[in-house]
Design a protein. Structure first.
Length: 198
């Protein structure tokens, strides 16, 4: 089965995600309207500017439909997408979809060293992974049901929680497709929401 995975195409690097998903064996669908979410097996929330995403989503009831989708269907948020998924956002506090049991601090690396490329080990097989950071947030706290797949300076940079995957870096901007393949596998496995209290 080839899964149909949407990429929220409001702003940011959605084309790179669509390409990465296709290379990882999925069909990629650009999503610009709430009704386009129906029939999708999963969704990617790309990087960009989370405040801009929120402004757009607050129109036309998109935010409510999206919140419903991400609470049950496999969703992968990168950078601003990770901020949107998080339960708590700091610096400054802002609204979010609130499904990922994590606290995320925006623009946590300061202005001078805000963008960089690092190579680090992850829980994914195949050796070290290139990680592109662009004005990246920092995951400062995670719930007990969040599995950390990679860290930078002791802070999680790639995490999963039931049907959710989130990274503070941009895997779509590297040639390595392991992170997108991992997400496609999550979709194919029909990953379900974790029950935090179980
Ligand atoms: N700094 C952005 C924000 O706060 C995220 C940056 C990114 O997605 N590359 O939304």
């Amino acid at each position: 089965m080839i899964p149909r995975i949407g990429v929220l195409a409001i702003q940011g690097d959605y084309e790179a995600h669509a390409r990465a998903l296709r290379e990882a064996g999925a069909e990629a669908v650009l999503v610009r309207k709430p009704e386009q979410l129906s029939g999708l097996d999963g969704l990617v929330l790309p990087g960009g500017e989370s405040t801009t995403f929120l402004k757009f989503l607050e129109r036309d009831g998109f935010l409510g439909v999206l919140r419903e989708f991400v609470s049950i269907k496999p969703t992968f948020g990168t950078c601003a997408g990770c901020i949107l998924l998080a339960e708590e956002v700091l610096r400054p506090a802002q609204e979010s979809l609130g499904v990922l049991h994590a606290t995320v601090e925006r623009n946590a690396y300061g202005r001078q060293i805000d963008s960089s490329i690092q190579v680090a080990e992850t829980a994914l097989k195949g050796g070290p992974l290139e990680m592109v950071y662009i004005r990246a947030p920092r995951i400062v706290n995670t719930g007990a049901d969040v599995r950390v797949l990679a860290e930078r300076d002791g802070f999680p940079v790639l995490v999963e929680q039931g049907h959710l995957l989130a990274s503070t870096f941009h895997p779509e901007l590297s040639a390595d497709r392991r992170v997108h393949r991992h997400f496609v596998e999550m979709v194919l496995a029909g990953r379900e929401p974790s029950n935090r209290n179980s």
